[in-house]
Design a protein around this ligand. Structure first.
Ligand SMILES: [Zn+2]
Ligand SMILES: [Zn+2]
Length: 294
């Protein structure tokens, strides 16, 4: 059980984890019911399964990255079965998808058809810059140096937010991971990143706090704490996800990240049912139960 005190407030106060995968992606292990049991052990009341969306074969769709189109019905069956079973031990399981943000809209037609026809609870938009599809786009469009690549990445997130496709943007500064650009200080890209954050508020989208960053690469939360400060000042709403690819990662680092969010002035996180947004107060860390929760 994570160490939080649940005191009564107007909004429900509960832990949610809205980003995790299944073996259908080809690079995750463990059945969703195992993720749900791990959630129950950690006091997490709602999880959203968010496998990678099927995309056309080619640079987007290498084996081991995402499920294929004909696996989608099985995905829904799997999550629904899990939801029925997990409800018996008090964990709500929702079905989401991790969709792609990509600059070439024509390449997203098939994905758009899936997003508009399938009954997802929650749609994450992620720009997987490390994938061949994006690296090829950068090459074809002559974007070569790191500064330009980083600015272009956040420009594409801004366009993604404005597209209205997504409920949140996943791991918004994942460009820092995987070594495609050298490490950078977000302050050097403040204008571009703030433009993305402002667009998020204007479009009524959310931004994900992805706790997996603390386990990989730069060992820091996604997005960077400085970006979180800017987001708080601008009124950006947050979702939170562990990006688990194995059951034991469910809720990973929440005991570090949730208190940090409260310290920064965030008092709630958001989750979705049938694409409708709900809010949950961030539980007060043990030892801080007397703090003002206004
Ligand atoms: Zn994945
Ligand atoms: Zn991702």
């Amino acid at each position: 059980m994570l160490g939080f005190v649940f005191i009564s407030e107007t909004l429900p106060m509960m832990l949610v984890d809205c980003h995790m995968h299944t073996p259908l992606c080809g690079h995750a292990v463990g059945l969703p019911i195992e993720y749900a049991r791990a959630a129950a052990e950690r006091g997490i009341k709602l999880i959203t399964v968010t496998c990678h969306v099927p995309m056309e074969w080619g640079p987007f769709g290498q084996a081991g990255i995402r499920m294929q189109m004909d696996e989608l019905p099985g995905y829904f069956d799997l999550v629904r079965q899990t939801a029925a079973e997990a409800s018996q031990f008090g964990v709500e399981v929702r079905v989401g998808i991790e969709a792609e943000v990509f600059p070439d809209e024509a390449r997203l037609e098939r994905m758009d058809a899936i997003l508009s026809s399938e009954p997802f609870d929650f749609v994450i938009g992620s720009l997987h810059h490390q994938c061949q599809s994006y690296q090829l786009w950068l090459e074809e469009n002559g974007v070569e140096d790191d500064e330009a690549i980083i600015d272009t990445y956040f420009k594409h997130l801004t366009a993604g937010v404005r597209s209205g496709r997504y409920d949140t943007i996943g791991h918004p500064d994942v460009i820092r991971i995987y070594g495609t650009v050298a490490q950078f200080d977000p302050a050097r890209h403040e204008d571009r990143i703030k433009a993305y954050l402002k667009a998020t508020v204007e479009a009524d989208c959310c931004m994900e706090v992805n706790t997996s960053g603390l386990s990989k690469g730069v060992y820091i939360v996604h997005p960077d704490p400085l970006i979180l400060d800017w987001a708080q000042a601008l009124g950006v709403r947050l979702t939170i996800g562990s990006d688990s690819h194995r059951p034991e990662s469910v809720g990973q680092h929440f005991d570090t990240v949730l208190p940090m969010l409260r310290t920064k002035g965030f008092h709630e996180v958001h989750y979705f049912r049938e694409r409708q947004r709900f809010s949950a107060k961030i539980p007060v860390p043990e030892g801080q139960a007397t703090e003002s929760t206004a």
